[in-house]
Design a protein around this ligand. Sequence first.
Ligand code: JD8
Length: 473
Amino acid sequence: MRVDVVTIFPDYLAPLELSLVGRARRDGLLDLRVHDLRDVTTDRHRTVDDTPFGGGAGMVMRPDVWGTALDGVIGEGPAVLLVPTPSGERLTQSMAQELAGAERIVIACGRYEGIDARVAEHYSAVPGVQVREVSIGDYVLNGGEVAALVVVEAVARLLPGVVGNPASLVEESHGEAGLLEYPVYTKPPVWAGLAVPEVLTSGHHGRVARWRRDQALARTAERRPDMLAALPPGDLDAEDRRVLAGLGWYVPAGSGPVRVRVRDAVAADAPALADLAAATFPLACPPGLGAEDIAAFVGSHLTAAHFAAYLAEPERYLVQVADAGTDVGTDAGTDVGSDVAGGGPLVGYTVVVLPLSADEGPAAAEVAEIVPGRPAAELSKCYVLPELHGTGLGGALMASAVDAVAERRVEGEPVATLWLGTNKGNRRAQRSYLRHGYTTVGTRSFRVGEALEEDLVMARPVPHATPGPDVGG
Ligand code: JD8
């Protein structure tokens, strides 16, 4: 590859004689030439700039001077004319990979207030010249030279033979994986009281690879959530998704990872909760149940007014929601956008009915007989949008509900048991409840509209966290 850099400060490019790029030039892998713009000037002062048309501070670099220089350097082409500018397209690793495929790159380093805009316009119309106005980042520099250093290094190291071990290009940040790289360590095994993670000296390559992948996922989630959200879902295996779920990121069917926050619901969530409930309740109903019965149940239990009532009685109802940072394609066709400040669309929710007295249990006698432990609370609702089934979000909602119930005290007593009813035919839900500590204790009949359905009743003990505020009594 041949790279020409045109600048009024040629010495600024001296660092490209060093290190990998310097060796690549000596090894003939990179033909890098630096040109002084003033060399094409003809006046005594070697002038390259003039005052800006339209007024304003500073000076602008003259198009005619640049034209002479670039015509001379570009010659017949083809060439990429790369013009660093803070108003340019953002330089990325994928752009660097693209540029590494070019035969020739000519970099025009501006100074002052920049280069007359007609230069880029003119060369965009020259056959064989592709003009790219590029920025290396959202901060302002004094000229294009630093950007030229960045571009040359980022491109040259991708040229065959420049980096000793091409494998090391693979696992880099912003590389193929689209993740930030994992932390690296070397001798001594203990430094400043800090030991190298044991897995790295275990010799167990599989565990090392998994640990590094988990570290890369965690770092990217923390430092570059935008990159995580842009990950192709096909690149994420089951273990990746488990790790991401632990970081609060879920991978809906058909989309990249989304960050989901499980939080206590607030009054403003009521309308979105009703939409979500209407979208998810039918999915938990047996296929034979009529739409009118379902609609009757939704209309008599799951309206915005019902949720507003639950939210107005926090000592009786514990409502939590999962809100996604960004829109999740709801093939249920419902926009469950929450208009809570900073909230994203709601993608899941739970409602726990809390006991108000220490001996309170399930209201229905047939259930009270089979559910052990008092006081007992009911996990009355636990729903997640279908595209998030199997992502771990349901489990996160269930775990958060248990933690919140464990904080509560009823007449000074901790809640002993959490129970629920789930339609006998809903195997997927039952498997999930079993995985989260619930066991089947019996059955109950459950009315949906005119239909009388049979539910499995499942229950689990509530582990007791440190005593919280006393409620009821
Ligand atoms: C080229 C002149 C200075 C910029 C007035 C300060 C790139 N990421 C980046 N930040 N800044 C540049 C950059 C700055 C340049 C030139 C690139 C030529 N300046 C100007 C406009 C405001 N002064 C850059 N890539």
